[in-house]
Design a protein around this ligand. Structure first.
Ligand code: SAH
Length: 250
């Protein structure tokens, strides 16, 4: 998704309290970052710059394990509808949305600003290509890929977020129990992803080609694309996958 360039979007992003700008400095520190953010929220002071600075420095010994919450990341979040609802429904989980384009991120920022009670969600403007610069091994508990760009040409296959270039990266960044949920209405991309899962030695936990009429429909949070494409009559495919850690250690 690429919206028309919105004048001033970079400036608006720069002052948003819901965007983390020095994301590389947070590598390995995300759980402390959210613990600090929660603490500041409870005491009534939300100042993201303080949060970012202190999280990197003093936090490690300052919090107890119960201050840390699971970290879930959506890659290519678009306008953030899914994440805002997930953050509302799961106050004990911390969420990060990654989006490549400023113009799209701006829409998510606007929505988040209207839901200012939601504190367990922040955004990063970055390309998923750089994900290993921003998260440390074992730092992410769960990843969502919703309606990822299909990159239909064969020569662009590696850019698909479920390709064998990306799954090994996710494997490194996920916790032992971590996994990925992928939704799309694009059956070619879904088929490609099933192959990629096999090639990368991942485990397929759940697969449906008609999510909305399946047992997994309950509790499903719709994304913007999901609303749009299911409204056109397209069926939504969904898979839940995880690295096959057992097989690899045998
Ligand atoms: N998840 C949303 C949007 C899907 S469109 C939904 O389901 O409604 C795919 C989104 O991923 C677009 O906003 C696009 O800009 C973003 N995107 C695509 N490739 C990306 C990448 N490499 N890194 C970060 N974001 C990316």
């Amino acid at each position: 998704m690429r919206l028309r360039n919105v004048p001033g979007s970079r400036e608006l992003i720069a002052i948003s309290p819901d965007v983390v700008h020095d994301e590389r400095a947070m590598k390995g520190q995300w759980k402390q970052f959210f613990a600090e953010r929660r603490k500041n929220t409870e005491s009534g002071e939300v100042n993201i710059e303080n949060v970012t600075e202190s999280a990197a420095g003093e936090a490690a010994g300052f919090f107890s394990a119960s201050d840390f919450h699971p970290l879930h990341v959506e890659i290519g979040m678009g306008k953030g509808t899914f994440l805002l609802e997930m953050a509302r429904r799961n106050p004990d989980v911390d969420f990060i949305g990654i989006e490549k384009y400023s113009s799209v991120l701006l829409r998510a920022i606007e929505k988040h600003a209207e839901a200012s009670e939601v504190k367990n969600l922040v955004f990063i403007r970055m390309d998923a290509e750089e994900i290993e610069e921003v998260f440390a091994p074992g730092e992410i508990d769960y990843i969502y890929l919703n309606f990822s760009d299909p990159w239909p040409k064969d020569r662009h296959a590696k850019r698909r977020l479920t390709s064998d270039r990306y799954l090994p990266r996710y494997e490194k960044l996920l916790t032992e129990e971590g996994g990925v949920t992928f939704k799309t209405d694009n059956t070619d991309l879904f088929d490609f992803s099933l192959e990629s899962v096999k090639e990368c030695g991942w485990e397929l936990l759940v697969v449906t080609r008609d999510l909305h009429n399946s047992e997994y429909a309950e509790g499903n949070v719709m994304t913007e694309y999901e609303t749009k494409f299911s409204g056109l009559g397209n069926k939504i495919c969904m898979m839940r996958i995880r690295p096959d850690r057992v097989k690899k250690t045998v």
